[in-house]
Design a protein around this ligand. Structure first.
Ligand code: X8Z
Ligand code: ZN
Length: 595
């Protein structure tokens, strides 16, 4: 038996080793060929999309048509039956392939699922519907009292206006865009679901969650868990805001649900401008420095950590500032960062104005750009030039945004007076009104809505009802007046239209960024996480670069454990805001809690 058995085993080994090599060679050749075509098509699609997003001319669909064509060409390749078959065949021999090959093939299959040419007509219809939705969304003429108004101007009214009637008008003006997008969203929901179902996904939400190696239920349960962990603090903030805002707007009645137009943000996702911290008037300082300075300053911050300067082409090709008032075209008003060729061409599309909100967003977008630059190295195959997961990509720049707001950092840059006494509790409160307030919106309202939209086939006549049900349940917010089914207030949020079923990325990114920040503060800087100064610290830079440069070739769970010693957890975020609890409970004594 032994005699027979051993040679047999040896034979299998030799045979399978030989086979392993064959499969690996075969996969290598296939992946290389794929990449060559893919990079070209990807670049063409990016260029077309870039034009569509930076130059929207009413009545002129040239850019939209070019984008549709480029995306069709990309779909025809990535979703071709040939590619699907070959990729699947190779993946049947997973055990014989390298981890990197498996990851790349899985990404190819993921891309194919969005474009399967087994149902080419559905894919074409989806691409057409997507281009049209983008055009409508960013070509929309916002109007206030019969006059055109930009989203930056609406945001500014919501930040500073004290008159509730004017606030309500501005808020309502910001929601008008949703009505015209509703039909497109109904259509897109159907087409997106149908597309990915062809490759075996239950629905589009499941498809997007699979990018994290998670099932739809796991993702939504994770969202509910995160929300629960932050809820005690959010309840305090909600109570505090209801009473403080009622005072501010001179209302004798404190409503149970916060009226949406009382809040300094169109969706109630960030209330930080409610609080001014004496001694830190960032808005005023930034106004005096200007928008360009803000972008350059964010770059200097990354450079101070040891990252390179942005390539010249970044400044030449990006679209960083609002279009002039007399321009004959519009552009996408929501900030984004672009990796045009998955190599050296990196850009950002923003409408930067000198204020604290854009200061933070600029750091956020440059985080994406430095992530792109970090993994665009020969070690990382083109198909793995992405974040360890999507949330990591969102986290890096937001982490820098958090760091760039802390007092020791601001003091070093002379943005605040070193010697000015500032109130630590107010500072923490302002931060909580940003980061904590975001969680019920992102992990609750947005994620649950998209879950119901794609996985539960939410009826179109219920879109608005469901949106406001969720806003009441998670954020404790209500619209100023009844909003009937003709509205689609969810669709006023860009991501619902053009970044579908992935808003949980942002909720996760906040959780992760506090884990990284906690580690950096305590173990690298040896500073209090509430008062750090990352500026010029090369160790911090090395730490961040080590997270970013492997791109998607890293396993996100392992990476988190390795870098922070922890699994994904809201612990660090909860701990950061813990000192605020006592203060808020004190403030809220005798007040009615309604969440
Ligand atoms: O969309 C963004 C970025 C672009 S990736 C500006 N963010 C979310 C939003 O604006 O809703 C950043 C935080 C949340
Ligand atoms: Zn982002």
């Amino acid at each position: 038996m032994k005699k027979l058995f051993i040679p047999a085993l040896a034979l299998t080994l030799v045979w399978s080793c030989g086979n392993k090599k064959n499969y690996q060679q075969e996969a290598d050749t296939y992946i290389k060929e794929y990449i060559q075509r893919f990079q070209k098509l990807y670049t063409q699609s990016s260029e077309a999309e870039w034009a569509s997003n930076t130059r929207i001319v009413e009545g002129d669909s040239t850019n939209a048509i070019a984008t549709r064509k480029a995306n069709e060409a990309m779909a025809a390749f990535t979703g071709s039956e040939e590619n699907i078959k070959k990729t699947r065949e190779l993946l049947e021999h997973k055990a014989d392939l390298t981890d990197l090959q498996v990851k790349q093939l899985e990404n190819m299959l993921f891309a194919a699922a969005n474009n399967p040419q087994t149902i080419p007509e559905v894919v074409k219809k989806r691409i057409k519907a997507e281009t049209e939705q983008t055009e409508k969304l960013y070509g929309f003429n916002y109007q206030l009292n019969g006059r055109p108004i930009s989203t930056n101007q609406i945001d500014s009214i919501l930040r500073v206006e004290k008159d509730l009637t004017k606030r309500q008008q501005a808020w309502e003006a910001s929601k008008e865009v949703g009505k015209g997008l509703k039909g497109g969203l109904v259509n897109l929901r159907q087409l997106r679901n149908e597309t990915v179902q062809a490759l075996g996904y239950d629905d589009y939400f499941s498809y997007q969650a699979s990018d994290y190696g998670m099932k739809r239920e796991e993702m939504i349960n994770l969202m509910r868990r995160i929300n629960k962990e932050l809820m005690p603090l959010y309840r305090e903030l909600h109570t505090y805001a209801r009473y403080e805002l009622a005072k501010k707007y001179k209302q004798s009645q404190v409503p149970d649900l916060l009226p949406a137009h009382w809040l300094p943000n169109r969706w109630g996702q960030d209330w930080s401008s409610m609080v001014e911290v004496a001694g830190i008037n960032l808005d005023a300082v930034l106004r005096s420095k200007g928008a360009e300075w803000q972008v350059q300053q964010a770059e200097r911050f990354y450079q101070s950590l040891g990252f390179p300067a942005l390539p010249k082409s970044f400044y030449e090709k990006s679209s960083l500032y609002p279009v002039p008032a007399n321009a004959t075209y519009k552009k996408n008003n929501h900030a984004s960062a672009w990796h045009m060729d998955l190599d050296k061409d990196v850009r950002s599309l923003m409408s930067v104005e000198p204020n604290a909100e854009w200061y933070e967003t600029t750091h956020h977008e440059l985080g994406h750009v430095y992530y792109y630059m970090s993994y665009s190295n020969p070690e990382v195959p083109l198909l793995l030039r992405g974040g360890a997961n999507r949330a990591y990509h969102e986290a890096m720049g937001s982490l820098m945004g958090l760091a760039a707001m802390q007092k020791p950092f601001l003091a070093q840059l002379n943005l605040v007076d070193k010697n000015a006494k500032t109130d630590e509790v107010q500072t923490l409160l302002k931060e909580a009104l940003n980061y904590v307030v975001f969680i019920p919106f992102a992990s609750g309202v947005m994620s649950e809505f998209e879950h119901d939209l794609y996985a539960k086939n939410l009826a179109p006549e219920k879109f608005n009802q469901r949106w406001w049900e969720l806003a009441a349940q998670y954020q404790g917010i209500a619209p100023p007046t009844q909003r009937g089914p003709e509205y689609a207030d969810a669709a006023s949020k860009t991501h619902i239209n053009d970044d579908p079923a992935q808003y949980y990325d942002y909720a996760l990114s906040y959780v992760i960024l506090f884990q990284f920040h906690d580690h950096i503060a305590k173990n690298i800087l040896k500073q209090d996480p509430h008062a750090t100064n990352y500026y010029g610290n090369k160790e911090v830079g090395k730490f961040l670069a080590s997270i970013m440069s492997p791109g998607e070739s890293a396993d996100w769970r392992k990476m988190l454990k390795e870098k922070t010693g922890e699994d994904l957890s809201a612990r660090a975020m909860v701990a950061y805001f813990e000192p605020l609890m006592t203060y808020l409970q004190e403030q809220n004594k005798g007040r009615k809690y309604t969440l």
